[in-house]
Design a protein. Sequence first.
Length: 201
Amino acid sequence: MQIFNYHPVTGEYLGNGIARPDPLEEGRFLIPAHATEVAPPEAGERQASVWADQAWSLMEDHRGEIYYSTVTGEPVVIEYLGDVPKELTGIAPGDFQIWDAEAETWADDLQALNFLHASALRTERDRRVREVYDAAVMQLLRERRKAVAMAGDVAIVDALIADWDAYVDALCSLPDQPGFPWQGPDDLVVPWPEPPATKTA
């Protein structure tokens, strides 16, 4: 007689076999534990036949599939039979996205994106101050000292230093401008100030 084996814990159908005849009673067969003579239903895609309460049923089987937590966005590998929990989704999140429960999809986390763009813009601003402004003003101060030592005119140099001071003031005031932080430092609408010329003659 054919029998059908199932997992002792999950009840999942494992395969069939042949029951041994009962040596003490002719026409009777020995059915081992975790087996039944009832045939399981045919499982479809992402399904498993499960024995429970003395009957077979079909359960969803997503084991090995990757879903994503709608709370953290972290990937989760399904390791059990049954429905996928509501707090998981098969849609992978993008960078800086949060779950929109109403739309049932991921949406941009505007707060996180604004923080990212603001941080990147400030980093670029500070780079311009350090690499452009500082170098130019140091050069002008050297020229001013040289002009003073030679009793020359320092008015042009002082005017250029004032231009550079205005430039760095404009850089530092970017966070106060409407639209800050835009879409980060590479956004074409960022009102980056133009550095003044450094030539004194």
